[in-house]
Design a binder for this molecule. Structure first.
Ligand code: ATP
Ligand code: MG
Length: 649
C-alpha cells in the first residue's frame, strides 16, 4: 500500500514535521525561499495519499491566479487530482455561483466590468474630482475600506482613529463610496470585494448553506497568510465555522499589502488562537545562492520594529554563486538599455527567457524596459496572468471565438484564432507599448495557447478551443507566455527566477514618494525590496538612474535602502571619493569642508538651510540608522588616522 513516504523525500526535518502533522491547526512561520509553498503542497498530497482527507474536500487559497495554477500543477504532478486551489476571489466566485439563488432572489448579477467608470460616475454625482488620478485614489480607498470591513458610515471615525491619510476629506470619500455602492447595486453588479462579502454573509446567515459547504470542504490551507485582509479572514472564519483544520504559511517580512488593508496579525497570532497548533519555523533557504541570501538578510535585518515571530535569519543551502551586482546609470533609458543588453548576453549564453525577470516598483516603469527589450528583439510579457480572464479584450475574444465556432475551419487552429481576433486589435505587428500593447499581448497569448493545444491534442478545433477557454476561465488558469517577465514587485510575490533585475532603485520610487515621512509605509517599502531580492535563484542585478531622461538634471538619489548594501569597493559605495580626497587636505580646510558636507551622501552643501541641517535638500532625512552608524564609525576611524578631532572629518 502506498503510504505516501515518497512525498517526504526532498524535505528537511522541519518541513516534514509540518507535512505529517495530524489534521488540525498547523502554522509555518518562515522566510522567503524556505519551502513554505512546497511544504503545504506536500502536506495536501500526503494527507490525501494517506486517506486522511479526500482531495475534493481540500480548499487551498493563494494570493494570485498564477500561484493557484502552479499549486494545481504541482499537486497533479504528485498524483493528486481534484483539490480546489484558488485565489480567495476565485473560490468565492465559484461558491456564490452555486449558492446565489438560495441567498438572494434569483436575479442575474454580473461582475462590474469598468469599475473606474462607476467610481467616476459616483464622484461626478457628489461633485468630487474626476480626473484619472483622483479616481484611481478613490477606487483604491474604497477597496481598502471594503477589505478592512469599514462601511461608509464607519469610515470617518475609523480613518480618524487610525490617523489614515484620506485622498479627499473623509466626508467626501463617504459620499463617493456610498454612491458607488448604490450605483453598483442598482445595475445589479458586484465588484471583487462584494464576492467575498456576499460569500461570508451567505455562510453566516444561511444555516443550510453553511451546513452544505462545511460538509463539502473540511480541510483548509492558506499560502502567503501574512497578507490576509480582515475581509478575507472573515471569509476564512465563515468557511471554518467552529472547526480548526487549517494550515497557514507565511512570512511577516513579506507583508506588502497593508496599504490595501492586509495585516500579518492573524499569522503572528495563530499560535495564540490555536494553542494546540503545530508550529514550525523554517530557516534554510533553498531558493537562492548564499550571496543573494546574505543580501536579503541585510535588507530585512535593517528593518525597524519587526514583530516577534518575524525575526528569522535565512541560512543559504545552495552552493556559492555570483555576487549581486549594483549599477548606477545617468538616465533611465541608459539603465534600461544596459539591462536589455545584459539580458541579450544571458539569452545568448543559454538562459531561457522564462527564467529572467525585470521587477520594478510601479507599473509606469515598465514602458522604458518594453522599449529597450523591443529594440533588441527580446520577447517579453508585461504582466503576470492576474485576472487574465476578466480583461475586457479577453472577454471580447472569447465571445468572438464562440460566435465563429460554426464557421468552416481554415488551415491551422492558430490561424483561425488569429483571423477571428484580428479585428479586436491583434495586428501582425506587436504595438510598441501602452494599452494597445497590453491588449495585443492578451490576444497573442490566446493564439499561442491555441498553438500549444493543437500540437498536443489532435482533435482540437475552434469549438473545443472555446470550451477549453471556458474551463480555464472557471479555474482561473491563465495561459503562460514565453518571454522575459516584466512585473511589479507586488506581482512577483511567491515566484522565482534564475535571474532577477531590480530596477529603478531610487528614492521616491523605492521607497515610493508618498511613503516619505510615514515610518510604517517606509518599512513596507523595505519589505518590497526584500521580496524582490528573494525572487532570484542565481543572479541578482540592482540598478538605478540619476535622471529620468538623457541630459536631464541628475537630481535623483539611489534608494536609501541601498546604502548599507553596496559593497565598500564599489564605485557607488560610501564614503564618496570627495570624502576620501579629504584626507589630502589640511586640517583647517578639512574643518571647513566638514561643515559644508552632507552627512548622508558626503556631497557639497549649498544654501544656509542645507548647512544648518547638515544634509542636501534632496538627501533623505530618515536615513538608515545603520548608515549613520557606519558613517560615524568611518569618521572616527578617519579622524584617528589623520590625528584630528572626530568632528572635523
Ligand atoms: P516564498 O516566501 O517566496 O513564497 P517559499 O517559502 O514558499 O518562498 P518555495 O517556493 O516553496 O519557498 O521553495 C523555494 C524553492 O526551494 C523552490 O524552488 C523549492 O522547490 C525549493 N525547495 C524547497 N524546499 C526544498 C528542500 N527541502 N530541498 C530542496 N529544495 C527545496
Ligand atoms: Mg511561497
Amino acid at each position: 500500500m502506498d503510504t505516501g513516504q515518497g512525498l517526504l523525500e526532498g524535505l528537511d526535518p522541519e518541513q516534514r514535521a509540518a507535512v505529517v502533522a495530524p489534521r488540525g491547526p498547523v502554522c509555518v512561520l518562515a522566510g522567503a525561499g524556505t519551502g513554505k509553498t512546497r511544504t503545504i503542497t506536500r502536506r495536501i498530497a500526503y494527507l490525501a495519499h494517506r486517506g486522511h482527507v479526500a482531495p475534493s474536500q481540500v480548499l487551498a487559497v493563494t494570493f494570485t491566479a498564477r500561484a493557484a495554477g502552479e499549486m494545481r500543477t504541482r499537486l497533479r504532478a504528485l498524483g493528486v487530482h481534484g483539490v480546489q486551489a484558488r485565489t480567495f476571489h476565485a473560490a468565492a466566485l465559484r461558491q456564490l455561483r452555486y449558492f446565489w439563488p438560495r441567498v438572494v432572489d434569483d436575479e442575474q448579477w454580473q461582475l462590474v466590468e469598468h469599475k473606474l467608470r462607476v467610481v467616476g460616475q459616483a464622484a461626478h454625482r457628489v461633485g468630487a474630482p474626476t480626473n484619472a488620478e483622483a479616481l484611481r485614489d478613490l477606487a483604491g480607498e474604497i477597496e481598502w475600506a471594503k477589505a478592512s470591513l469599514v462601511t461608509p458610515d464607519d469610515y470617518p471615525a475609523v480613518t480618524a482613529k487610525v490617523h489614515r491619510e484620506t485622498p479627499l476629506p473623509a466626508e467626501q470619500v463617504v459620499q463617493v463610496y456610498a454612491t458607488y455602492e448604490q450605483l453598483k447595486n442598482r445595475a445589479r453588479t458586484l465588484d471583487f470585494d462584494d464576492l467575498l462579502l456576499h460569500t461570508a454573509a451567505a455562510l453566516e446567515e444561511h444555516t443550510d448553506v453553511a451546513t452544505e459547504f462545511r460538509d463539502r470542504y473540511r480541510c483548509f490551507v492558506v499560502d502567503e497568510y501574512q497578507d490576509v485582509t480582515p475581509l478575507q479572514q472573515r471569509v476564512l472564519d465563515a468557511w471554518l465555522g467552529n472547526r480548526d483544520d487549517l494550515t497557514v504559511v507565511g512570512d511577516a517580512n513579506q507583508t506588502i499589502y497593508t496599504f490595501a488593508g492586509a495585516s500579518p496579525r492573524w499569522l503572528l497570532d495563530f499560535p495564540r488562537r490555536f494553542p494546540e497548533a503545530t508550529v514550525v519555523r523554517l530557516e534554510r533557504d533553498y531558493r537562492s545562492t548564499p550571496q543573494v541570501v546574505e543580501l536579503a538578510n541585510k535588507v530585512i535585518g535593517a528593518a525597524h520594529g519587526r514583530p516577534a515571530g518575524s525575526r528569522l535569519k535565512l541560512v543559504g543551502q545552495r552552493p556559492g554563486g555570483a555576487e549581486p551586482e549594483f549599477a548606477e546609470h545617468d538616465d533611465e533609458p541608459a539603465e534600461a538599455a544596459a539591462v536589455a543588453a545584459r539580458i541579450k548576453d544571458l539569452l545568448g549564453a543559454g538562459v531561457p527567457a522564462s527564467e529572467i525577470a525585470v521587477l520594478f516598483r510601479v507599473n509606469a516603469q515598465s514602458e522604458v524596459y518594453e522599449q529597450a527589450l523591443s529594440d533588441l528583439g527580446i520577447p517579453y510579457q508585461v504582466r503576470g496572468g492576474e485576472r487574465f480572464f476578466v480583461r475586457p479584450e479577453v472577454r471580447q475574444a472569447m465571445q468572438a471565438l464562440r460566435a465563429a465556432a460554426g464557421t468552416p475551419p481554415e488551415g491551422t487552429l492558430a490561424e483561425q484564432v488569429r483571423t477571428v481576433l484580428a479585428p479586436l486589435g491583434l495586428s501582425t505587428e506587436r504595438p510598441p507599448g501602452g494599452a494597445m500593447r497590453e491588449r495585443w499581448e492578451s490576444l497573442h497569448a490566446l493564439v499561442e495557447l491555441a498553438e500549444e493545444l493543437a500540437s498536443t491534442l489532435e482533435d482540437m478545433d475552434l469549438p473545443r478551443f472555446g470550451h477549453e477557454l471556458d474551463i480555464r476561465a472557471e479555474a482561473q488558469h491563465p495561459p503562460t507566455v514565453e518571454g522575459v517577465t516584466l512585473a511589479s514587485l507586488h506581482a512577483a510575490k511567491g515566484l522565482e527566477w534564475d535571474v532577477v533585475f531590480l530596477v529603478g532603485l531610487v528614492d521616491g520610487t523605492l521607497p515610493i514618494q508618498h511613503a516619505d515621512g510615514d515610518d510604517e509605509a517606509v518599512e513596507e517599502e523595505r519589505r518590497l525590496l526584500y521580496v524582490g531580492v528573494t525572487r532570484a535563484r542565481e543572479h541578482l542585478f540592482l540598478s538605478w538612474a540619476l535622471s529620468r531622461s538623457p541630459g536631464g538634471r541628475r537630481h535623483r538619489r539611489r534608494s536609501r535602502f541601498l546604502y548599507h548594501l553596496i559593497p565598500d569597493n564599489h564605485p557607488a559605495a560610501l564614503p564618496t571619493r570627495r570624502q576620501r580626497d579629504g584626507a589630502l587636505l589640511s586640517k583647517n580646510s578639512l574643518r571647513n569642508q566638514a561643515k559644508r558636507q552632507c552627512r548622508v551622501c558626503g556631497g557639497p552643501l549649498v544654501g544656509t538651510m542645507a548647512v544648518k541641517l547638515g544634509r542636501c535638500d534632496h538627501c533623505p532625512s530618515n536615513v538608515d540608522e545603520e548608515l549613520l552608524l557606519r558613517l560615524k564609525e568611518w569618521r572616527s576611524e578617519r579622524a584617528r588616522q589623520l590625528k584630528v578631532p572626530a568632528y572635523v572629518v
